[in-house]
Each structure stands twice: as structure tokens, then as C-alpha cells.
Design a protein around this ligand. Sequence first.
Ligand SMILES: [Zn+2]
Length: 463
Amino acid sequence: MFKKIIIPVIFAILSFDGVAQNTAKEDVTILKKIYDTSLLNGKSYEWLDYLSNQIGGRLSGSVNAQLAVEWGEKELKKLGIDKVWLQPVMVPKWTRGVTEFAYIETGPGVTTNVPICALGGSVPTLIGGIKAPIVEVQGLEDLKKLGEDQVKGKIVFYNRPMQADLIETFRAYGGCVDQRYSGAAEAAKFGAVGVIVRSMNLRLDDYPHTGAMSYGDLKDSQKIPAAAISTNGADLLSSMLKLNPKIKFHINMNCRTWKDVQSYNVIGEITGSEFPNEYMVVGGHLDSWDLGDGSHDDGAGIVQSMEVLRLFKEIGYKPKRSIRVVMFMNEENGLRGGKKYAKVAKDKGENHVFALESDAGGFTPRGFSFDCNDANFAQVESWKPLFEPYLIHSFTRGGGGADIGPLKKEGMVLSGLRPDSQRYFVHHHAKNDTFDAVNKRELELGAATMASLVYLFDKYGIK
Ligand SMILES: [Zn+2]
């Protein structure tokens, strides 16, 4: 009797151990195949070359954005995956017009040119530009302390820099982006005639960095022009203001907002073999700002996401769940694509269980952030040894990303690829976000790291 119970239990334990060891071995083998294939025979860099150098900057509603949609659809079809389709979405259209122009005037006819660019969504200046005295502030709170007396009729200069002692540079960005996003709306309430914002860049250089802004609920007649100034320009202006607070600043911009236009999210799917109704998304955003070619932000995320599906095909891995690559449109100035995808998924009752976004640059991958419950996070931590050979070690709790955010629901895993972030804000939203700034191996390591995580979640499921 005793033997009858104990022996089967021992066998069960031994065979369970055997299964666990075999699956762990299989995981080691598959991750190695994924990384080898991405590094030896990858497609991500070639794709990025085309997207960046043959198409270029892809601001929502532009001809280039449409070319990128057509390219994305064509390349996904070439992969021989189960489904490829375009999901219609209306997007805002804003154009920069001729290159902006600005100078500091220290006396009659004595001027120094400084590099600026309009913020996305800004109204233009009057024809011929505007010229006004400057008031420098360190942020929105600082502006409120000054009040209408010291602001009316002036150009407000927001000059709070990114905090250099924050190792996670996205936190430093988060610490000053409110100046860019709401600076004009707040300054207009005190009667300012324009705003210039220090570029969100940790390096001192001559590139102005654009980005989204909002006028909140201001009426059209209250809107004032808003521009970014390079970090060198901001330091120069600040020091000149200290010498002579009466100097003036001239800005000329002819940007414009048009009616919304038709665009698309580009979607491809490998249908799951066991649980076709459980969806796992991997994606980035297809649109970019217009100053550079959007290689890091977010061409890298697009080609890495495409590569995840291609790697599965290449190594012959058939996912149990349906894996979708989604190239989201309009992340930069509206998030319309992300919202649309989530709405359609909800309307159709599609059960999304996992979403992974790459939108932090094509730099060396370090790990992932996870927005999930404790059981799923514990599962991720149990996979750490599998990632160790690839120097992937940072598994943290945090947001997944802007485009997949609207999909969020109870029990779902949202994740973001976390590459090294030290150089990201040198390029972010500026003219130097270009193909040559992306390293081939770093890009390919990122793609393989994403594919590995998708593979593991597909195999073991969501807790
Ligand atoms: Zn981005």
C-alpha cells in the first residue's frame, strides 16, 4: 500500500523535473536560434535603411507617411504571414512650412541668429515674424509666480534643463516636458505673445528638438506661436539676458494646421495554432517628426517589430497564440492610431493578452518594463537566466508605451523594450535622428530580445 502510493509520486516528481529540464533546454535553444538569426541573417537594418533613406521623416498626414504605410503593407505581405491589412484612422495634419528663423537683438541692428524650430501644432507668427522682449522662467510654476505684470507683451523663455543626475533619461525628460506641452497655453493666459522652450536634450549642441504641444481649451484668437531653441541657443540667450534684460527676440514661422486626413495602422498577423483568439501585439509607431528621418523614433521600433514575426517564420516557430505586428500611425501628435486599434479590438471583442512596444530608440537593449500583475512579473523573473547570455538584465515594473496604453485591461501584460537611454535624447525629435545614428548590431539585438520575450509569453501563457 505504502509503495503503491510513494512510487508513482516519485515517478511523477522525476518525470516533472525531466519535463521542466527539457522545456528549459528547448528555451535555451530557441533563444539562441532567435539571436543567431537576427545577428547573422537579420532584416531589420535593411528595412530601416529603406524607411529612413528612401522615405524619410513621416509626419502624420504627409505624403511620406502614406508612402510608409504602403511600404509597410508590401513588406509584411512578402513575409508570407497569415494576414496583412490596413486599419483606417483619421489623423491630424500639421506642416512646418519654410524653415524657421530667429535672432536675439541686443541693440538696433545688432543681432545674433539662434537655431529654433516650431513645436508641433503651433500657430505661425505674423507674416514677417514677431519681435518682443524676453522673460526667462524655469518652468510653469515659475511663470505663475511672475503673473501678468511681468509677462504681458513678452516672449516667455522656458529654460528648465533636463536633470543630468537622473540615470534613467526618460525621467529627466518627464521632468521638463510640461514646459513644451503646456508652456504656450499657460503663457498665453498671462498675455505673452510667444514662447520658446529649451530643447529636451542632455547634450549642448545646435539642434532644436520639436515635439507635441497643446493649447488646451484656448480660443484660436488666444493662441501664440511656440518654438524650441537648441541647448546652445538657450544658454546663449540666458547669459545675454543676464547682461541686458532689455534684449529682444525675433521669431518667424509659417507652420499651419490643416483638416484631418485619412491614414492607416498597418497590421500583420501569424494566426495562433492552439489559441487563435488570444492576441499578442508587438509594435511601434510608423509616423515620426519631420526634422530628421525618424530612425530612432520610431523607425527602429517598427523594423524590430516586423523582425519578430519574420524571425518566427525563419526559425520555423509556430506560435500557439495569434501574434500581430502593429505599425501604429500618429503617436507623435495625437495617438490616434493607438486609440483606434484599441477601440476596434474592444468593439470586436478580441481578447488581447499581451502587448510589447519598442519606442525608446534602437540602442543596446537592457531589458523590459512591465505593466502587469505580480504572478506575471514573477514569471518574467523566472526567465532571467535565459536572457543572461545576451546581457539582458533589467526587468522592472513600469509602463509599456503610449501606443499600447489604450489596450490596457485587467489581467493583460503590457511591456516596453528598454534600451540604453543615455544617447536617446541627443537625437529625439531633432534633425540628427537619422539612420547613421543607429547601430546595426544594437538594432538586431533589440529585435531578438523582443522576439524572445514574445516566444516565452506565447509558450507559457499569461498568468
Ligand atoms: Zn516615439
